[in-house]
Design a binder for this molecule. Structure first.
Ligand code: NI
Length: 226
């Protein structure tokens, strides 16, 4: 499942975050990649231990905690501390699949990457290219979102970032270990949850809602590792 989550942070916040991290020291993006990905990765990143990455990353994690849509879609067990990348002057990231197990060097924390997330920090009109292309069984999806919007997609999918030929594309990216490992099961729970939310709005008090809510929680109980 590929899902766009609008306005995880506001466009103003995105501009502030961008200004703060732009002043930081950037390094070659290959530092956090496995062997295959490193060979096709041409971008810059903030070092994971940098003060700016920790500070802005913490604010992104707080914003995620306020997003019911993120919770429902990701059912997060653990979120990797957000990283930051920048593409300018033709930089790009060729086809790859994200590594399955991520170790966060500063803390030693280890998570299984079930979902990948990209939070866009630059407005799309401020750069040319830089589309995120994600492949799934339905074909290739092109993702280029407003500043403050985020996309969630299965970490197992093949994806790439096309060359940035004008301006700079700054974004935050990270991985999520979900309480529900299987993408299909997680997508089903998300659909059910969204249907319950819609019915609660339009038919509050309908007795069927009690059953559907029960089904949701009992499926979650069956599939989740809390
Ligand atoms: Ni990737």
């Amino acid at each position: 499942m590929l899902l766009q989550i609008p306005q995880v942070i506001t466009a103003d916040q995105a501009a502030r975050f961008r200004a703060r991290i732009s002043a930081a020291r950037w390094v070659d993006g290959a530092v956090t990649s496995g062997h295959q990905a490193a060979q096709v990765k041409y971008n810059e990143q903030l070092p994971e231990e940098s003060a700016e990455a920790r500070e802005i990353g913490g604010q992104i994690l707080s914003a995620l905690q306020r997003s019911p849509l993120f919770f429902s879609a990701a059912l997060p067990k653990q979120v990797y501390p957000p990283l930051f990348n920048r593409y300018t002057g033709g930089m790009n990231f060729g086809s790859h699949v994200d590594g399955a197990i991520r170790v966060h060097p500063p803390t030693g924390a280890r998570i299984r990457a079930d979902l990948s997330a990209t939070l866009f920090l630059t407005a799309p009109e401020d750069y040319e290219g830089g589309e995120l292309l994600v492949e799934d069984t339905y074909g290739t999806h092109l993702v280029k979102l407003a500043a403050g919007d985020m996309v969630l997609y299965p970490a197992a999918s093949l994806h790439r970032v096309t060359p940035v030929t004008r301006g700079a594309r700054v974004g935050s990216f990270f991985w999520i270990q979900s309480m529900v490992r299987d993408d299909g099961q997680r997508a089903l729970l998300f659909d059910l949850d969204m249907a319950i939310v819609r019915m609660t709005k339009d038919h509050a008090g309908h007795p069927g809602l009690v059953s559907l809510t029960g089904c949701y929680h009992n499926l979650l109980r069956m599939w989740a590792e809390a």
